[in-house]
Design a protein around this ligand. Structure first.
Ligand SMILES: [Ca+2]
Ligand SMILES: [Ca+2]
Length: 107
């Protein structure tokens, strides 16, 4: 993984093998990359400002607490993450809780 901005992170995946015909590595396999070219970078669209309406029903109320909690545990859709990402970390994490609580109970 390269870069520090999630919008520009790149994942490089490679597969190496021992060349055996049985499909089972019998020893240590070493591999390296001599040259590579980035052909395409697919970045998620930027999130609009977080609203806290995680279940996207047009209201900010107690029903969003459950979806926020589930999304924070990794079970959220991209739109749910965007709706609750108050600290703009591109994920729902503990840093979003103060913003979510303030939005939920604020004026
Ligand atoms: Ca809602
Ligand atoms: Ca966040």
């Amino acid at each position: 993984m390269f870069g520090s901005n999630p919008q520009t992170q790149t994942f490089l995946v490679g597969v190496s093998g021992d060349g055996g015909s049985r499909g089972v590595a019998l020893g240590t396999v070493e591999a390296g990359i001599d040259a590579f070219k980035i052909l395409e970078c697919i970045c998620p669209p930027p999130c609009p400002p977080a609203t806290g309406d995680v279940n996207n029903d047009g209201f900010l109320d107690g029903l969003d607490i459950q979806r926020f909690s589930i999304a924070m545990l990794g079970g959220g859709s991209p739109s749910e993450v965007c709706a609750g990402d108050f600290n703009t970390s591109h994920a729902l994490d503990i840093g979003d809780v103060p913003g979510f609580v303030a939005a939920l109970f604020g004026p």
